[in-house]
Design a protein around this ligand. Structure first.
Ligand code: NAD
Length: 262
């Protein structure tokens, strides 16, 4: 591993109590970055693990779907850390699994309000700071669900497709200010909550694409992946670190696919 690529840098990580957020924050911290975590959930464990590496880490409870809260939080981060050099814009939820004609309307609104509008809120507030600094790097967490329309996941797929579009526009708008913006698109990652939930809910969704038996569904899903296995959460942080680093200094507006399937 290349060490200290991020020493004296500050990274904001949303979804900072979640699996991908914590794994990525740990990786960036191990290369020297101070970390500002944002999440709705308690971040005590994550803060303890990150601080043990020897960097500063503070958690901020904030609902990314509420712009007022995001603005206040970004102000607090600026006060506590002075600069914001990197943003891992990663908070998200999967939502319901249902065919489009039965998809719960309220759930659709909630998924869009967190995965897309929430991501926009954070992107807007943090990029305003970065524009003032005339430097910064942003990585948005999209999904393979935003590359091919996933069955039974109308809201999630739509939110991630839109986030890829937002990434491309942000990359163009922010390039004059020396700010790069890319996305990552993890595919089926497991084992873990997201994988288990997805297998269970696809089995229950009563569609022609998946079996009703969850063990068969798990095999069907793995069969959609070129590498014929699901990915591990640990296979994500290295890609994010690459996109955050000078190793990708001319890369912007890209959506890096991790794994495949969906
Ligand atoms: N795990 C996967 O298989 C997978 C695959 C592709 C994409 N993703 C994406 O990766 C990102 C992280 O997912 P994860 O697997 O770590 O899941 P996770 O559930 O472990 O983490 C998501 C975190 O986001 C937080 N969050 C949700 N709504 C929020 C809100 N309104 N405000 C602030 N925080 C909020 C949650 O509290 C949680 O800690 C998500 O955007 C997800 O869509 C995950």
């Amino acid at each position: 591993m290349v060490e200290n690529r991020f020493s004296k840098k500050v990274c904001v990580v949303t979804g900072g109590a979640g699996e991908i957020g914590v794994a990525t924050a740990l990786r960036l911290a191990s290369e020297g970055s101070d970390i500002a975590l944002i999440d709705l959930k308690d971040m005590k464990d994550a803060i303890q693990r990150i601080t043990m590496i020897g960097v500063r880490c503070i958690g901020y409870n904030c609902n990314v779907a509420d712009y007022g809260e995001v603005e206040e939080t970004v102000k607090a981060i600026q006060k506590d850390f002075t600069t914001i050099d990197m943003l891992f814009n990663n908070a998200g939820i999967q939502g319901a699994f249902s065919q489009i004609h039965t998809y719960p309307v309220k759930d659709f609104h909630q998924v869009i309000s967190i995965n897309l509008i929430g991501a926009f809120h954070v992107l807007r507030a943090v990029s305003a700071v970065m524009v003032g600094q005339k430097s910064g790097v942003i990585v948005n967490t999209a999904s393979m669900a935003g590359v091919g329309g996933p069955v039974n996941m109308a809201a999630y797929g739509a939110s991630k497709f839109a986030l890829v579009g937002l990434t491309q526009t942000a990359a163009k708008d922010l390039a004059p200010y020396n700010i790069r913006v890319n996305a990552i698109s993890p595919g089926y990652m497991g084992p873990g909550f997201m994988w288990d939930r997805q297998v269970d809910l696809q089995a229950a969704a009563n569609s022609q694409y998946y079996d009703k038996d969850r063990s068969v569904v798990a095999k069907q899903m793995v069969g959609e992946i070129p590498m014929r296995r699901y990915g591990s959460i640990d296979e994500i942080p290295g890609t994010v670190a690459y996109l955050m680093s000078e190793d990708s200094s001319f890369t912007t507006g890209e959506n890096i696919k991790i794994s495949g399937g969906i």
